[in-house]
Ligand binder design. Structure first.
Ligand code: DP6
Length: 323
């Protein structure tokens, strides 16, 4: 069998996924809306081989545990009827563990490469389902541009898949990531959302508030209404963090520079720049900018005390095999 290489872009949720209706299948408690990024990507090569006695993973050149990828490969082995173990080599174009969601691009690239290597020929919805079983947010990285993840209602999760809302080229927003701490050791998204679900008195209210944000964000994307997207996006991020802050013990993902960046983004917007913020389960700030405004926002965020570096990227395409 041949080695297959696939790539997938990381994604950033504008309406957040934070909580599950089924932890085993990563079924989200509510929907989410994200943008897929062009330049923050994972490239993964899957090589099934009769010479292997178990799966192997090389992550950015280093041997890594296969605990999370072996169940994904098992499903492709089961569907294809081919029981070969695989060598998996995965590289990220951005620092792993810097709060930049490498699991999303990682699992999306893995399932696309495995699908081609095992010849299973799954369609995008089924690839999204397989990616979700690796990590909830990975279901969205199968698609490019603006993407919506459905919570689904079936117990088997077959309807909890993502679908595209709008191509990147149709509204080429720009993203600036302000890194305020490198190699940060935050509580992982999985652990953070579990703790929030189990202990936060605000968790229910958070989940109940998501459909209204989804509706606003969907309408904003359809109408290319940046101000409406900014309102929905900032509100979703702040409410997600409010629910996490109220967990026991409280999850405080932000540092001083994170907060300083949030204020800087609001100052820029008040002065007329098209920009809004979002923050995931870590201290980095992601600024979503109108087309052609990314460079100015990047320069301003780079000057905020405590910002280590900034990364600029366009929105990008969905996951695919590299030929
Ligand atoms: C804050 O997809 O990493 O980035 O499903 O447990 O693997 P698991 O969690 P994960 O959570 C992402 C949470 C988030 C918000 C988002 O991406 O929607």
């Amino acid at each position: 069998m041949e080695a297959v290489t696939a790539r997938a872009g990381a994604n950033i949720a504008l309406v957040k996924y934070w909580g599950k209706r089924d932890a085993r299948l990563n079924l989200p408690a509510a929907g989410s809306i994200s943008v897929t990024l062009a330049d923050l990507e994972t490239r993964t090569t899957v090589t099934p081989s009769p010479e292997l006695d178990f799966d192997e993973l090389l992550l950015d050149g280093r041997s890594a545990p296969t605990t999370r990828i072996a169940p994904v490969l098992d499903r492709f082995r089961m569907v294809s009827g081919c029981d070969l173990y695989c060598r998996v080599e995965s590289t990220n174009s951005f620092p792993t563990g810097a709060g930049l969601a490498s699991s999303a691009s990682g699992f999306a690239a893995l399932v696309v490469a495995a699908d081609a290597a095992f010849g299973t020929g799954l369609d995008d919805a089924r690839l999204s389902e397989q990616a979700r079983l690796g990590s909830g947010s990975a279901a969205r990285s199968i698609f490019g541009g603006f993407v919506e993840m459905a919570p689904g209602s079936r117990d088997d999760g077959s309807d909890a898949v993502a679908s595209p809302l709008l191509d990147a080229a149709d509204w080429p927003l720009e993203i600036v990531v302000a890194i305020t701490e490198s190699g940060s050791k935050s509580v992982s998204s999985t652990d953070g959302m579990n703790l929030t679900m189990n202990t936060s008195p605000y968790y229910r209210a958070w989940v109940e508030s998501v459909p209204a944000d989804l509706e606003r964000a969907r309408a904003a994307v359809a109408a290319r209404d940046f101000d409406l997207l900014a309102e929905a996006g900032e509100s979703s991020a702040l409410k997600m963090h409010a629910s996490a802050l109220a967990a026991q013990p409280g999850l405080l993902y932000w540092n001083g520079a994170t907060v300083a960046c949030l204020h800087e983004v609001r100052r820029l917007r008040a002065a007329g720049t098209g920009v809004f913020f979002t923050v995931d389960a870590g201290p980095q700030v992601k600024a979503i900018c109108l087309p052609a405004q990314g460079a100015q926002v990047a320069a301003r965020l780079a000057d905020v005390p405590g910002v280590v570096r900034v990364i600029e990227t366009a929105l990008g395409p969905g996951a695919g095999v590299l030929t």
